[in-house]
Design a protein around this ligand. Sequence first.
Ligand code: PLP
Ligand code: SF4
Length: 337
Amino acid sequence: MNSLPNILQISDKPSWQQLLGNTIDDPAQLLKLLELPESLLDGARLGNSLFSLKVPLPFIQKMEKGNPHDPLLRQVLPLGEEEQDVPGFISDPLGEMNANPLDGMIHKYKGRVLLILSGACAVNCRYCFRREFPYSDNRLGSEQWDKILDYLRADSSIKEVIFSGGDPLATSDSRLQRMIKDLESIPHLTRLRIHTRLPIVIPQRITAELVEILNGNRFDTALVLHANHANEIDDELGSKVQFLKKNQVTVLNQSVLLKGVNNSLEDLKNLSETLFHHGILPYYLFTLDPVKGAAHFDVPDQQAIQLHQQLQAELPGYLVPKLAREIPERPSKTLLI
Ligand SMILES: *Cc1c(COP(=O)(O)O)cnc(C)c1O
Ligand code: SF4
């Protein structure tokens, strides 16, 4: 590729931190790297002003050059359409502002607490339901962390802690280790879950240290990845997944159903089969959360249900993800069928 940031020119084995620190955030540079027409630039700049472009190089390398419809590109390229106001598409579609008893924590479901470890992500996905979330009010500093530990200690109905974000793996291994150690001291906690997209866009993030940290505690541990298309999954990621599995970490995947990315039977089938080939089980297929700026990704419920039924007719049950959405105020995710 031309005009790559220095990092790939100086090192053929950059660390995850280098890759995370050298993401592409200039729409013109992204178009150039992918040999895409400049006619896309005005829209990309407009979308970029609403929610900035951010994409790591390993993810760009999985995209097809010269293809403006590439399913990976579509997830990250800002578009002019994002400016349109579409009825029903709002800033906080999940009502998370109302389930936020402490900064950095969301406790909506029984037995499970979600922690926002890091406001940052390695990639900015255009359809993200948190594109408008006030992360700056949800920084998890040491004061907040102590309050969260008190909260967890005081409620023995909580069995599981979910590290989420942003992306929790944007955090250093040493911080993760300290947090897990603190959580281990709370006897009623038994499960640890990590929701992350980072290994999909930077597989190098699964370091030996990280795997050791995830294996070296008393929790039953699951890592839930977020891939939406088979092209996101390659052998490098697969070998990292095998490494996690050998170390007693269960690896699952959740996806979002997105128009122009994966809303066909072939794409969904290919995704499930590719996931399993690499040792990952499909968990959820979410419908789009109606967040402002993402209406162009919307797939009507009727089509979603039909696709899911077709998938079920073609795949073994364990490769069919649950088709679900999040409806504010409900006690769990809501299944569509
Ligand atoms: C999705 C979610 C969970 C996890 O739900 P599962 O059905 O257990 O995967 C937990 N807490 C919050 C706030 C969530 O949004
Ligand atoms: S939270 Fe997940 S979906 Fe949203 S921008 Fe970050 S990686 Fe993408």
